[in-house]
Ligand binder design. Sequence first.
Ligand code: DC
Length: 232
Amino acid sequence: MYHEKITIAIDGFSSSGKSTMAKDLAKEIGYIYIDSGAMYRAVTLYCLENNLFTSDDSIDMHALKQQIDNIRISFRFNPTTQKPDTYLNDINVEKEIRGMDVSEKVSFVSTLDFVRKAMVAQQQEMGKKKGIVMDGRDIGTAVFPNAELKIFVTASPETRAQRRYNELHEKGQSVSYEEILENVKKRDYIDQTRDIDPLKQAEDALLLDNSHLSIQEQKAWLMEQYNKVVNS
Ligand code: DC
């Protein structure tokens, strides 16, 4: 059956499993998948690599502002992992952007208005033709306020910290559960209280608490919501 392509916005807390859901749905329905968090992570990596963090953990705003338009982020499908990898100025940084040093600093970088402006513009460009599933914090509220399907995903901080712990340990990175839980809570706070486009549920978003759902159950739920929209 032929359907008009739609825009799907999936927002939620860090490590809520929204990326897995979004990625699986995109694959199933043949849409583009964009992980907007990876873009803020790539900007943070750029700052680390170019020594833009100052000794007090702040940032050299002047330098970053001057360089922001030279930070190009793109995604390329990796046939081995069957997932898109993140590229920063044409270099694959998928592994580097997931480490703790980037996780520690990314929330701060994502509070900067000129960084958000640049990323939102790149994201809107990527979604111009619809047929896209994008996940993040402000996709349903700021990036694609007219998205036909909006989902807001949540789960307890402990559940999310455990998921991140498993993920990092699978990749061979040794970080304690306590350290991760603290990072998750700190990021929740910064994400929800920042001035520009804070994490919040859009009025027309559907809420999904997946603390007690398996990946398969989430997948089925999301597919059902997608089918409802395209068949309505
Ligand atoms: O989803 P994630 O944990 O990879 O996101 C990394 C950080 O980027 C997170 O702390 C909040 C920020 N972010 C944002 O501000 N807006 C988005 N659309 C996506 C992520």
